[in-house]
Ligand binder design. Structure first.
Ligand SMILES: N[C@@H](CCC(=O)N[C@@H](CS)C(=O)NCC(=O)O)C(=O)O
Length: 201
């Protein structure tokens, strides 16, 4: 049995929900009360010492971090499309997973944290980071349908949620037409699921 320790408004959790659905896997969710501090309880810290969601439990195998969970699910349950054999393609996927955890987290995700949840951030820094990474992704998608190769990969799944949620952070997504076109391709994937707040709302 697969259990996802989850928070409905978390874009990091949505990466995992999206891939589980695209892969057609059955799973259950266990809501973690972040506002109530459940993520810092001794029980939860055993699953993830960083005190964060998402965490995946697959028959007792515990995995923390949304990027790591995507890697696990792709390799364990996806075919060649989700976990290619080619070293160069894997390296490109890893580069986008890193971008998801770094620039996308410190840019669009932090702006949303601030605007939607009142989190304290360096707004100027987050704005600059968001504009830079979104311009790079928009240019990258000018000549291709997916971030890596000819098919959707976990690179797209890792990057997508916080870009689709970016308007909640005050970002004008229409300024990035290639990203908007890529959103549409993702939405037509069989098994696609959205979350509240995703553009267009
Ligand atoms: N690198 C981690 C980041 C996870 C993360 O930031 N989770 C947030 C929710 S989106 C969280 O659990 N925050 C609660 C806290 O830090 O107390 C991942 O990609 O899973």
């Amino acid at each position: 049995m697969i259990t996802l320790y989850d928070m409905s408004l978390s874009g990091n959790c949505h990466k995992v929900r999206l891939l589980l659905n695209l892969l057609g896997l059955s799973y259950q969710t266990q809501a973690v009360d972040l506002r109530g501090g459940e993520q810092r309880s001794p029980d939860y810290l055993l699953r993830n010492p960083f005190g964060q969601v998402p965490v995946l439990d697959d028959d007792g195998r515990i995995i923390r971090d949304s990027q790591a969970i995507l890697v696990y699910l792709a390799k364990r349950y996806g075919g060649e499309q989700w976990w290619p054999d080619d070293a160069y393609q894997l390296a490109q996927i890893a580069a986008w997973l890193s971008t998801a955890a770094n620039e996308i987290f410190h840019g669009p995700a932090k702006l949303r944290l601030h605007h939607k949840f009142g989190g304290t951030i360096d707004t100027e820094m987050a704005q600059q980071t968001a504009e830079k990474v979104m311009a790079i992704i928009d240019r990258h998608l000018q000549s291709r349908d997916w971030l890596v190769g000819d098919n959707v990969s976990i690179a797209d799944i890792a990057v997508y949620p916080y870009l689709a949620l970016a308007p909640e952070g005050g970002i004008d997504i229409v300024a990035y037409p290639n990203i908007v076109a890529w959103f549409q391709r993702i939405r037509f994937l069989p098994g696609y699921v959205a979350m509240p707040g995703m553009w267009p709302t």
